[in-house]
Ligand binder design. Sequence first.
Ligand code: UDP
Ligand code: MG
Length: 304
Amino acid sequence: MMAEISIVVPAFNEAEGICAFLKQLDSALSGIDSEIIVVDDGSRDGTWQAIKSQKENYANLSAMRFTRNFGKEAAILAGLRHAKGRAVVVMDSDGQHPPSLIPQMLEIWREGRAHIVAAQKTSRDSDSLAAKANARIFNSLMKLTTGLDLSGASDFRLLDRRVVDALLEFPEKVRFFRGMTVWTGFSTVNVGFEVPPRIAGSSHWSTSQLAKLAVIAITSFSSRPLGLIFRLGLLGIAASFLLFLQAIYSWATGIAISGWTSLTVVILLFGSANLLGIGVLGAYLSQIFEEIKRRPEYLVGETL
Ligand code: UDP
Ligand code: MG
């Protein structure tokens, strides 16, 4: 069976909402030749049992379960690898990506208007204040360092087969789906949607996880921070030359002892600039480390 469209759904600890989500999805897909691929990202609640219980209700449903939690990026990748459709839709399993949008996205693709149909968040009303602030910081950091504008962008997107095949050819292990699809440069049409609240449960993203994602997203997309350190170093050299002249002058005029405050400031400033620079190098080094190990992105325990 080669479906027109594959729906790839990562799920982590969604036991309470996944059945309701599948129902929503199924009714949105009525009359559309589709397959649904749920990737259980090592859930520790009853998500897998819930998916299994739905197997008989939906003939086009297949699923796999990771041996442990490998993260959403790995789950998306696994889904893309298994998808057979001529187009693939990636979406969350918590109801925050409304399935009712799929027919509209599909129509745009069918008309040949775009290779990528990206669902854009028009409002974040259901997000907490902290989540909104995190998203804003993340997006401006991305814009600053990589030039990619991801504000409003979500992982909810339809990809033409050509885009999927292109993404699957990327050899890298550490992935950032949202940015990579933009990077491919295929023609894109945006569709707006309001983010509904979760069907059940709460978001899995903590601020520290989001910070980690930001480091991955930036270091895997741009080496601009390395160039920034270099420029910072040049600036430091210029500043220290001026200070050098001042020191010589103080020595020559016999007032050398009075420089304690400026000395402390200089040491603190350059000490922390050094640490910052080493930190940025470390982020790239760990990125190289992750890539060079060539480990599989995930391991599948069971399939359905
Ligand atoms: N998810 C996943 N693995 C994880 C974390 C999340 O597959 O380690 C899935 C989750 O089940 C949901 C989607 O990714 O379908 C988005 O997660 P979440 O709702 O927690 O993120 P948010 O909507 O707050 O960005
Ligand atoms: Mg969510």
